[in-house]
Design a protein around this ligand. Structure first.
Ligand code: ASP
Length: 373
């Protein structure tokens, strides 16, 4: 009979068994247990010193905040949430929280999720109205419920039960942008007539006017003890169909954290991400040995391959923006986008800075970069 090593505690056994099952190392066929040696437990003595915080390019100020909290020994989840709260509270960022662009009815609907590596717990809210910090509500869902995702009216009631104030999130500036879009709308909305579904070139369907825009903040951090956390928060696709939920509140799409491996998050066309579970896939590719940049690019390629004809340009390339941000447990980090060049924000001990990300296709018109955060 197999003798466990002398230091094989029951707790260690349970932990290793769980890891082995998760890795598919132990299977059962017809009552026969196919046992393989469990994977070695991750090296808990290693450190990530200095810590690392990465974010989308609109998170430059935010990562300063996260880093200073992590240096003061805050939990990395509290640090990244305090960081993105700065952007949620900023009325001039029209992609998140207060001042976010509204849905097609002129109502701001917010999506967010967060994930805490050490406990592997997660929380999210979708289509949340009237609460400027959906990331705080996501954390409350994680900490104060047995659920992972609350939506719409239920999410709002839950936020109010926890004392978060309701307010009008549509600023005058965002209302003016929405009004301009409404006054010039045509076949650029999200309702697809049957003859637009597979015509092979979305740009043919675009009339002049205010384009839909995407925008979001994702922020992930690894502290010195190699604990990882992440958050994504957004007002989502501008002028969306009311009730539309993007990738940002969905664990595995807009964000994924595995404390043994790393974290990944996303901004850009959420539908493409939802169809490919991209953040989960990036983390899994890193688990398999890829570096963060290679994993992000690999997933972008996968998405490009799977893109439906309606969403391709004349050269067959995806006619939308999508960006990924990834950080490995040892502090390696990357940003990568479908169309580049593009930047991402990083703080790895010295200062918050913007770094060049990798990309799949070179954008012909560099002016678009500013729009595609
Ligand atoms: N990913 C977000 C969504 O699809 C929007 C964005 O990041 O720009 O809702």
């Amino acid at each position: 009979m197999h003798q466990p090593p002398s230091d094989w505690t029951r707790r260690g056994f349970l932990k290793a068994s769980a890891a082995a099952v998760a890795a598919g190392a132990v299977g059962q066929t017809g009552g026969e247990v196919l046992a393989q040696p469990p994977r070695p437990a991750p090296d808990q003595s290693a450190r990530c010193d200095p810590p690392v915080v990465v974010a989308s390019a609109n998170g430059l100020k935010a990562i300063e905040k996260a880093m200073s909290m992590i240096r003061q020994k805050a939990d990395p989840l509290d640090a990244v949430i305090a960081a993105v709260n700065i952007v949620e509270d900023d009325p001039t960022d029209h992609s998140v929280g207060l001042g976010g662009l509204p849905n097609e009815d002129g109502i701001v609907e917010l999506d967010s999720c967060c994930m805490h590596g050490p406990t592997h717990k997660a929380g999210g809210v979708a289509a949340l109205r009237n609460i400027r910090n959906p990331s705080k509500v996501a954390r409350l869902v994680m900490q104060r419920t047995d659920h992972v995702l609350l939506v719409g009216e239920g999410a709002l009631r839950f936020a109010k039960a926890h004392g978060l104030p309701e307010e009008q999130l549509l600023t005058d500036e965002a209302r003016e942008i929405w009004l301009k879009w409404k006054e010039s709308r045509s076949d650029t909305d999200d309702w697809l007539a049957p003859d637009l579904i597979d015509d092979g070139n979305v740009s043919q369907n675009r009339a002049t006017g205010v384009e839909h825009t995407w925008g979001t903040i994702n922020c992930c951090a690894v502290d010195a003890a190699r604990n990882i956390a992440g958050v994504t928060t957004t007002s989502g696709l501008s002028f969306k169909i009311p009730g539309r939920v993007g990738d940002s509140p969905i664990i595995g799409a807009g964000l994924y954290v595995d404390n043994d491996v790393g974290a990944a998050g996303s901004t850009g066309r959420g539908e493409a991400n939802l169809q490919n579970c991209a953040s989960f896939l990036i983390v899994e590719l890193m688990r398999g040995g890829m570096g963060p940049q290679q994993a992000c690019l690999e997933v972008l390629k996968r998405i490009a391959d799977k893109t439906e004809p309606r969403l391709r340009d004349k050269q067959g390339r995806p006619a939308f923006g999508l960006k990924f941000y990834a950080v490995a447990k040892d502090g390696r980090h990357a940003g990568a986008s479908m169309w580049g060049p593009g930047k991402y924000a990083v703080h790895d001990g010295t200062e918050a800075r913007l770094e060049n990300g990798a990309y799949l296709y070179k954008r012909p018109d560099a002016k678009r970069e500013a729009k595609d955060k």
